[in-house]
Design a protein around this ligand. Sequence first.
Ligand code: GLN
Length: 455
Amino acid sequence: AQHFLARMREHQDLGAFLAVDEEATLAQARAQDAALAAGTAGPLAGVPIAHKDVFVTRDFPTTAASRMLAGYRSPFDATIVERLAAAGCVSLGKLSCDEFAMGGDNESAAIAPVGHDAPRPVRNPWDAARVPGGSSGGSAAVVAAGLAPGATASDTGGSIRQPASLCGITGIKPTYGRASRYGMIAYASSLDQAGVMARSAEDCALLLSQLCGPDLERDSTSLDRPAEDFGRNLGEGIEGLRIGVPREFLGDGLAPDVRAAVEAALQEYERLGAKRVEISLPRTDLAVPVYYILSPAEASSNLSRFDGVRYGHRAAQYSDLVDMYRKSRSEAFGEEVKRRIMIGTYVLSEGYYDAYYLQAQKLRRMIADDLQQAFTQCDVIAGPVSPTVAWPIGAKTDPLATYLADIYTLPASLAGLPAMSVPAGFGDAGMPVGLQLIGNHFQEARLLNLAHRLQ
Ligand code: GLN
């Protein structure tokens, strides 16, 4: 813990930590020393990790990188925080992300990182002029820069896989319902899923095996499925494994440098005995419009709790209750969050609900069915994570351009499938490229083994 706290102090230029408390971290570490001495230590005793700032923690403030929650401290720990602590992990602090996890570049973080006076995007450790990806940019950056051996993150539409890819590390989101959402600040509840990032598939497996597991009383979508040792297959051969590559994932929008790195990884799998199968996910191009109707719809509902009464910032001056809500929310939410609340409110309103929300729900089901159809032809699906390598900070000004870049990560999210990013090589400007692996429900162990073969 001391080693990583020192590295964190040295590398504040990354802007990755939103909250640290060295005393709290060292107290947790001392408790692990005592547990080791007493012979009561958990399997990850003393392993330092850091948490994305959407998971509530007692020892550190939790803000979801929003002014709305500046200074907020939860009276309890999120289930996944609790589970990792019970396994022995020591928390180094809280990590920056896009505000309320809405975004793909970490540029919307609205809280100043430790060591800075003003909010700023997290830097990509491979090139400080570039974004780390998002929304879990802080988690990916600290792992890539060696400021933490592992980190928690959340993935609603790609927020674990895409930053892992852009920062050259390994990240996995499990099957929807395997990781508890209790204490995870909600963005789009039917899609939100907690997961982990680390330097290797092996480390991801160690963390994920502790993080997953039923939490039936506290999360109504938690699955009654016991935790597993997700690393149990590591090292198994992959001879004969059918890897499906969706032809729609290798279309025009994919940058040539990313395509080359993905192709090289696929060839390596063939060399190891896997069989490449061409498959089709015919509704891939609908994933972006469907997701960007459903996720804002759920967000507009989830974020209604931030009204300056139950939670969050309250305006200093107002004339009546409605004016207080309006001013508090106008002052504290950032632009992207407001955009999504407005889109969500629109698609849910009377007269538009049938035209947008209901149609999107139907298409979501069809996209999930396409994936099930694909799994009759292959065991695992592989392809790119992001159409390009990490781009320069400030380069994307049109929100639509950022939305479109989510095309390869959204199908697995809409279908609730486990998916991960594993480093595949390097593209233009020496920036890392990730390979995406998507499994059928509960195939995490298989995905992690496949990722491990590439490392
Ligand atoms: N980029 C996607 C979005 O903005 C995904 C975010 C996420 O997975 N939290 O919604």
